[in-house]
Design a protein around this ligand. Structure first.
Ligand code: NDP
Length: 501
C-alpha cells in the first residue's frame, strides 16, 4: 500500500491492476472476467460525443460580469439590478465552419457565447464577433451552412458553392464584407468584439418593452492577422487561440470586455427605414447610441475542458425575466434549433450537466425520465410528479409574464424584396475602410474566390457593384492579378534525372 490515492472502478471498488491483463496462463488469452480491461476499452470507445454541426472548434473560460451603470429603467433583469452586482459567466468562442480539429486562425466568423448564471435562471447570449449574419430567414440557414462545409463528392470545402450561394442572396454582402475585412481573422478571442447580433427585448419593472442590441467591446483592442501571417502561424501551430487564451488567464492577464446596449423604444420599430428585426442589419450608432452597462472579465481556466466547454450548451431560448425575444425570424428559429441540437448532442437532460446547470437559481420542473436523469426533483413529496397536484409541487408565476406584444398582419410568406436597403449598410462599412484596408479586403477576396468559376465571380461582382462601384472594381482587379500570379507559378519536380543524381 502506498500513500497515493487508491484507484477504483467506476463503482468505487479498489482495482488490483491497471496495466496487466488477466490471462489463462502466462502466454494465454485474456479472460472475459477481466471486467476492468473491458470497462477501460469500452470507455475509450465512448470518449467522443457528436461534434457540433457548426461551431465545432472552440475555446472557453469562466469569469464574472459586473454592473457598472444603472439600466434598471430599461430592464428588470436581476443581473442588472444594482451597480456593483456580480454574476458568474461561462464563455465559449468558436469558429463556424471548421471541424473540432481545425486550425484556429482560419478566416471565418467567430462565435461569442456567454452563459450568465443569474438568480432567475441562466441567460444565454449566443452571438458572434460580428453584429450581423449572412441570412435573415431560417429556411436558408441549413443551405448556407452546407456551402461552408465539405462537398459531398470531393469532401473538400468549395469556394464555388460559397460564392454561388452568396451571389443569389445579396443580403449576405454585409456579413461577407466583414468576413473578408481585417476582422475576418482575429488574433485570438481576446482581441475581438462580441455582439448579441439579434434584436432582443428588455422589459422594465413597469411592464414597458424596449428593443435591445448587445455589444461587448474588447478592452484589449482589435488585433487581426493577414492571410499570410495566419498561414505562417498555422504552419507552426493549429491551436494558437487555446494557447493564447489559456496562457493569458493562467498568468493572471484576464481579458475584459465592456458591455454596451443600444435601446430602441418599442414603437420606433415601426418608424425606422430598415427592419430592426432583420439580422443582416445593424442599428446605426448615430440613431441609437451605445449605452454602457458593465464589464465582463474572464478569469478562470476550466479545470476540465470537456466538462465545461465541450459540454456547454448555449441556447437563445434561455432568457430570464426582464430579457426576452423579438420578432427576428432567425432568432425565432434558433430558439427551437439550438436547444434541440443539445438534446441530440448531449442528451435529454443536458441542462443538468455542470456547465449548464443553474447555479444561482433553483431548478424545479416536471420533465421526467430520459438520458442523464441523474437528479431528483420530488420537491419534498414524491407524489408531486404531475401538475396540477395537491402535494405542494411548484406552480407557474404569472408575475413574470411579459406584456402582450401587439402584432398584426396576414399569415403569409413575405419574400424580402431585393432593395437598396440591403446595400446601404455594407456601403457605410466599405466607406469606413481606408485605402490600405480596402486593398487587403480586395486581396482577401482574391484568395477566397480564386477557384470560383468565371460565372460565379461575375455574379458576385454584380452584387458588389450595388454596394459601391469601387468595391466591385477592386475585387475584380485583385482576382485578375491573382489569376495571372497563379499562371506564373512553376512547380519544382523532384523526379530523379537520367543521370541518377
Ligand atoms: P459608426 O461609425 O458609429 O460605427 C462603425 C462601426 O464599425 C464601429 O462600431 C467599428 O467598431 C466598426 N468597424 C470598424 N471596422 C470594422 C470591420 N472591419 N468590420 C466590422 N466592423 C468594423 O457607424 P454606424 O453605426 O453608422 O455603422 C456603419 C457601419 O459599421 C455599419 O453599416 C456596419 O457595417 C458597421 N458596424 C456597425 C455597428 C453598429 O452596431 N452600428 C457595429 C459594428 C459594425 P469598433 O467600435 O469596434 O471599432
Amino acid at each position: 500500500m502506498t500513500d497515493k490515492p487508491r484507484l477504483t472502478t467506476s463503482a468505487g471498488a479498489p482495482v488490483p491492476s491497471n496495466d496487466t491483463s488477466m490471462t489463462a496462463g502466462e502466454r494465454g488469452p485474456v479472460l472475459l472476467q477481466d471486467y476492468q480491461l473491458i470497462e477501460k476499452l469500452a470507455h475509450q470507445n465512448r470518449e467522443r460525443i457528436p461534434e457540433r454541426v457548426v461551431h465545432a472548434k472552440g475555446w472557453g473560460a469562466q469569469g464574472t460580469f459586473t454592473v457598472t451603470h444603472d439600466i434598471t429603467k430599461y430592464s428588470k433583469a436581476a443581473i442588472f439590478s444594482e451597480i456593483g452586482k456580480k454574476t458568474e459567466v461561462l464563455s465559449r468562442w468558436s469558429t463556424v465552419a471548421g471541424e473540432s480539429g481545425a486550425a484556429d486562425t482560419e478566416r471565418d466568423v467567430r462565435g461569442f457565447s456567454l452563459k450568465f448564471y443569474t438568480e432567475d435562471g441562466n441567460w444565454d447570449l449566443v452571438g458572434n464577433n460580428t453584429p450581423v449574419f449572412f441570412v435573415r430567414d431560417a429556411y436558408k440557414f441549413p443551405d448556407f451552412i452546407r456551402t461552408q462545409k465539405r462537398h459531398p463528392k470531393t469532401n473538400l470545402r468549395s469556394p464555388e458553392a460559397m460564392f454561388d450561394f452568396w451571389a443569389a442572396q445579396p443580403e449576405c454582402v454585409h456579413q461577407v464584407t466583414i468576413l473578408m475585412s481585417d476582422r475576418g481573422i482575429p488574433t485570438n478571442p481576446m482581441h475581438m468584439n462580441g455582439y448579441g447580433s439579434h434584436t432582443f427585448s428588455f422589459i422594465n419593472a413597469d411592464g414597458e418593452r424596449f428593443w435591445v442590441k448587445f455589444h461587448f467591446k474588447t478592452q484589449q483592442g482589435h488585433k487581426h492577422y493577414t492571410n499570410q501571417e495566419a498561414e505562417t502561424l498555422i504552419g507552426k501551430t493549429r491551436e494558437s487561440y487555446q494557447e493564447d487564451l489559456y496562457t493569458a488567464i493562467d498568468s493572471g492577464e484576464f481579458p475584459k470586455w465592456t458591455l454596451f446596449v443600444q435601446i430602441m423604444p418599442e414603437t420606433d420599430a415601426e418608424k425606422v427605414p430598415y427592419n430592426p428585426f432583420d439580422l443582416t442589419k445593424v442599428w446605426p450608432h448615430g440613431d441609437y447610441p451605445l449605452i454602457e452597462v458593465g464589464e465582463l472579465e474572464m478569469n478562470r481556466n476550466p479545470e476540465n475542458y470537456f466538462q465545461m466547454v465541450e459540454n456547454a450548451a448555449y441556447s437563445p431560448s434561455n432568457v430570464v425575466p426582464g430579457i426576452g425575444y423579438s420578432p427576428d425570424k432567425m432568432l425565432q428559429a434558433r430558439v427551437f434549433s439550438y436547444a434541440d441540437a443539445h438534446r441530440y448532442r448531449l442528451g435529454t437532460h443536458y441542462e443538468m450537466l455542470p456547465a449548464n446547470v443553474a447555479k444561482a437559481a433553483k431548478v424545479q420542473h416536471y420533465h421526467k425520465d430520459g438520458s442523464m436523469r441523474f437528479f431528483t426533483n420530488d420537491f419534498g413529496n414524491a407524489d408531486a410528479y404531475y401538475e396540477p397536484n395537491q402535494h405542494g409541487g411548484p406552480v407557474a408565476d404569472p408575475s413574470v409574464a411579459e406584456p402582450p406584444l401587439r402584432i398584426n398582419g396576414d399569415a403569409a410568406r413575405y419574400t424580402q424584396l431585393d432593395s437598396d436597403a440591403d446595400y446601404v449598410q455594407p456601403r457605410a462599412l466599405f466607406n469606413l475602410f481606408d485605402d490600405d484596408q480596402k486593398k487587403r479586403l480586395f486581396s482577401n477576396y482574391a484568395a477566397a474566390m480564386g477557384p470560383c468559376s468565371a460565372e460565379v465571380k461575375e455574379r458576385w461582382y454584380a452584387v458588389l457593384a450595388r454596394v459601391h462601384p469601387d468595391y466591385a472594381a477592386g475585387v475584380r482587379a485583385a482576382n485578375e492579378a491573382s489569376d495571372s500570379d497563379v499562371n506564373a507559378i512553376s512547380v519544382t519536380d523532384e523526379t530523379p534525372t537520367e543521370t541518377g543524381a
